[in-house]
Design a protein around this ligand. Structure first.
Ligand code: MN
Ligand code: MN
Length: 288
């Protein structure tokens, strides 16, 4: 017998669930240090640490219709994995449930965004929290590399897109972003404007009522989240990102937490990512 952890307070069956958590233990294109395949179960394990009650929203997660569907079976090939993931997310979205993905690497966000966008139609935007542009057209010979996810979202799904926390990329990516008017905010912008004002501007720019929100955990300063595939100093704080998740969750059709590589720390990155997943659910349930 194998121990299969589930997310704490995910007590609902699939049929009656509004929130569907699933893991995708895939890190096949990781360029610096792999390990995010262990992210989903690490997040479930640390969830045992948390109270079900969220005092900020006065909501008890144990009272919400949350289902943990377990982990998707993955392939060695990124293309095969992304294809299956897309067909898993479609019925969740079509049943008006909220897909909540535990990554896995960032390339996995693409099929989730695609499924949500197809269901939403024109009234849709994407917010990515990330240290990196992820604007390469391909990387390491692979189109669907984790370092390309935002490029493919913008090119083939929607250019109603904003990224926050950006501080790393080759010169070509900065030039590409400038030339193509890709909207992004650096950690310095967040500090200068403050989270509230910045998010008001982001929501004005997106001008839509539904978004997909993707959290690449390397958006944090490594002091908060050291166990990620590609750590990058001078990042956001846990409070800044918490406030963004609280504000953006009510508009979100789907959400993911990706790039946690649990073996590189004592658990704090998985704890932070899991807490934000739970904060997302509470914030979403409080408004909608
Ligand atoms: Mn990324
Ligand atoms: Mn990143």
């Amino acid at each position: 017998m194998f121990y299969q952890p589930i997310m704490m307070d995910a007590l609902s069956d699939y049929g009656s669930a509004r929130y569907v958590i699933f893991g995708v233990p895939f890190d096949g294109t990781s360029s610096y240090r792999p390990g995010s395949r262990s992210g989903p179960n690490a997040m479930r394990q640390v969830s045992e640490n948390f109270e079900s009650y969220n005092p900020y929203f006065d909501i008890d997660l144990a009272d919400l219709p949350i289902h943990d569907a377990g982990n998707l079976e993955v392939y060695a090939s990124v293309n095969d994995t992304l294809r299956d993931l897309y067909y898993e997310v479609i019925p969740i979205v079509e049943a008006d449930k909220v897909p909540l993905m535990l990554g896995g690497e960032h390339s996995l966000s693409y099929p989730c965004v695609k499924a949500c966008a197809e269901h939403a139609g024109e009234d849709f935007g994407v917010v990515v929290l990330d240290a990196h542009f992820d604007l390469r057209n391909e990387f390491g010979g692979l189109k669907y590399n984790h370092a390309c996810v935002s490029r493919h979202i913008i090119d083939t799904i929607t250019d109603n897109y904003v990224s926050i926390g950006i501080r790393s990329g080759p010169k070509e990516e900065w030039e590409f972003a400038a030339k193509n008017d890709i909207r992004y905010y650096t950690p310095e912008d967040v500090l200068e404007m403050g989270t509230d004002e910045l998010l008001s501007e982001v929501l004005d720019q997106l001008d839509c009522s539904r978004i997909y929100l993707s959290l690449d955990m390397d958006v944090f300063d490594p002091a908060y989240a050291p166990a990620v595939g590609t750590p990058e100093p001078f990042g956001l704080t846990s409070i800044q990102v918490r406030d963004m998740v609280r504000r953006l969750a009510p508009l979100s059709m789907g959400f993911d937490v990706v790039e946690i590589t649990p073996e590189y720390d004592g658990g704090q990155t998985a704890i932070l990512g899991t807490k934000l997943m739970r904060e997302f659910i509470a914030a979403h349930a409080a408004i909608s």
